[in-house]
Design a binder for this molecule. Structure first.
Ligand code: GSH
Length: 200
């Protein structure tokens, strides 16, 4: 199994995290997004990371890859809460997986006009409130325990401090992230996604 991903890409980190948490043998290929190699562009359907190669088949779009990996390994599926896991993945794609990466990207790499920054920040704050409320009564997003819903929704949150927003303002999120960190095999994105990772 080969994973193409990049530093600072929480979308890629979701997949790397799943593979590390499930102790799945894989080869992590770091991609320079400022100068995408021809070989990567040849296989990446949208020219984006992450891309996963498994037995000659190409998989893209982070949440779709998570669904593939969970079904294939029967791990982190949420069990009988599979449907709820899928609902969280859809929420992530349009909410926390949209607002946080775009706000962070605009702050650090591609400044946007003030009204766009305000829009992204407000949307992010609303998403953080939603997550914090949902996590008030449970340790993980699904009652049954850690699942791809947590892997997906938490990915960019390990970089929340880069937006100037303190996780301590969202105590349930803070507790949830701490619980994810304790899962065997978990690795912080700064470490997991660097260009020259150590041996898995
Ligand atoms: N919807 C995609 C988003 C992937 C995405 O935005 N990838 C970014 C890095 S985080 C990328 O490859 N950007 C490079 C580009 O678009 O040129 C997913 O869930 O995988």
């Amino acid at each position: 199994m080969q994973l193409f991903g990049s530093t600072d890409s929480g979308h890629s980190y979701k997949i790397r995290s799943f593979l590390l948490l499930t102790n799945t043998a894989h080869d992590y290929q770091w991609v320079d997004l400022s100068n995408k190699p021809t070989a990567f562009l040849a296989i990446s359907p949208f020219g984006e990371v992450p891309v996963l190669l498994d037995q000659g088949q190409v998989f893209c779009q982070s949440n779709a890859i998570l669904i593939y990996l969970a079904q294939r390994s029967r791990q982190f599926t949420g069990g009988e809460e599979w449907q709820a896991a899928l609902e969280w993945l859809s929420w992530e794609a349009n909410r926390i997986g949209f607002s946080l990466p775009n706000y962070r990207f605009a702050l650090h790499w591609q400044p946007q006009p003030p009204e766009v920054m305000r829009y992204l920040q407000q949307r992010l704050l609303a998403d953080l409130n939603t997550l914090n409320e949902k996590l008030a009564a449970r340790e993980f997003l699904l009652k049954s325990g850690p699942s791809i819903a947590d892997i997906s929704c938490s990915a960019y949150l390990f970089w929340l401090d880069q937006t100037g927003i303190a996780v301590t303002d969202y105590p349930n999120i803070q507790r949830w992230l701490a619980a994810i960190c304790l899962l065997p095999g978990w690795c912080h994105p700064d470490q997991a996604m660097k260009s020259m990772p150590g041996p898995d």
